[in-house]
Design a protein around this ligand. Structure first.
Ligand code: SF4
Ligand code: SF4
Length: 315
């Protein structure tokens, strides 16, 4: 194990702490043909932090992203917690949360943080898949690895495969990322009609987590950073009238902002179409005239025409 005090400091800040030799991770990644950069620090720590499962419904005026985005941006939260630990020690280190070239799910499997499930997520015995992952490479020698309990798997279950609305998950445990809603609704491109029709969320998709039996009675712990702050409901008027700068200031520190406002506008249109919400036709039309981005204009025009053609409610 790395120095006991360092291990304890991580345990105080995170729900799950696994520790392995960096070389074991690098060798395994290489064996699997993954291109990951070399790391000279000998120790790799894999950290899991719980987040809660909370359902908030869209309204006619406000739309809701995937619940993992509720509260402060988890990238910031995990990085801050890691730095708070490392600042008390005199070791060089290199950290990563989500946006980095390493395979944190492979490392999580090796450290026994959880098993790699058919919904492509790491499932931990205590937290289910409701857990953010972070990694730290540290320039300190390991005396002993900390491999957690990983005695579990999906077995014959295929509930998430059947529930996936875009058929992105396969029986053999593989997955087609391009088909996944959580991937395409974060992608800057024109969307196809089936993609538009399937999309129900302002950002991301929660279905394969919510149906998973391993997540029953999980997702209850709420850290102060992930308390609701009102910004989990996004105003349609703000989306279509605020400038990028105004919007980013109003919804600061939310992880759904990382790709900018135009993605959210495009996704909002898909949700409005699904909900047959034609209250904002004027704002949508103005946005199409104003916007230069081709993928936005195309998808927005397609949806605008469909919303305009909806039968008008009487009375
Ligand atoms: S996130 Fe949604 S679309 Fe993607 S695999 Fe899971 S259920 Fe399917
Ligand atoms: S729903 Fe079933 S198959 Fe899918 S991840 Fe959960 S346990 Fe595995």
């Amino acid at each position: 194990m790395i120095k006991q005090e360092l291990y304890q400091a991580f345990k105080n800040k995170f729900d799950v702490v696994g520790i392995i030799h960096t070389n074991r991770y690098l060798n395994e990644a290489k064996k699997m043909g993954k291109k990951v950069p070399n790391v000279i620090y000998p120790t790799m720590v894999i950290l899991g932090l719980a987040y809660p499962m909370r359902i908030i419904k869209h309204t006619t005026s406000h739309l809701v992203p995937s619940f993992y985005t509720f509260g402060l941006d988890y990238h910031y939260v995990l990085k801050t917690r890691i730095e708070e630990v490392m600042n008390n020690f005199n070791y060089d280190y290199q950290l990563g949360v989500d946006n980095h070239p390493h395979d944190e799910r492979l490392a999580a499997q090796l450290a026994g943080v959880g098993f790699f499930a058919k919904n492509q997520l790491i499932i931990n015995k205590d937290l289910g898949s409701y857990m953010f992952l972070g990694i730290v490479f540290i320039n300190v020698e390991l005396e002993q690895e900390v491999i957690l309990n990983i005695d579990d798997d999906c077995g014959t279950c295929r509930i998430c495969i059947d529930a996936c609305p875009t058929k992105a998950l396969y029986d053999d445990g593989k997955y087609d990322m391009e088909k996944c809603m959580s991937h395409y609704n974060q992608t800057k491109r024109e969307l196809t009609t089936p993609e538009i029709e399937a999309n129900y969320s302002l950002f991301g998709c929660d279905i394969c987590q919510m149906v998973c039996p391993k997540n029953v009675k999980k997702g209850v712990k709420v850290y102060p950073e992930f308390e609701l702050n009102g910004k989990e409901m996004v105003s349609i008027v703000d989306l279509f009238t605020d400038s990028e700068k105004q919007f980013k200031e109003k919804y600061a520190d939310m992880s759904y902002l990382w790709k900018g406002k135009t993605i959210l506008m495009r996704n909002a249109l898909m949700v409005m179409l699904r909900k047959k919400n034609d209250k904002y036709l004027d704002l949508i039309e103005a946005s199409i005239k104003k916007h230069e981005t081709p993928w936005y204009k195309e998808t927005a025009t397609h949806i605008f025409n469909q919303l305009k053609a909806l039968p008008k409610k009487r009375g």
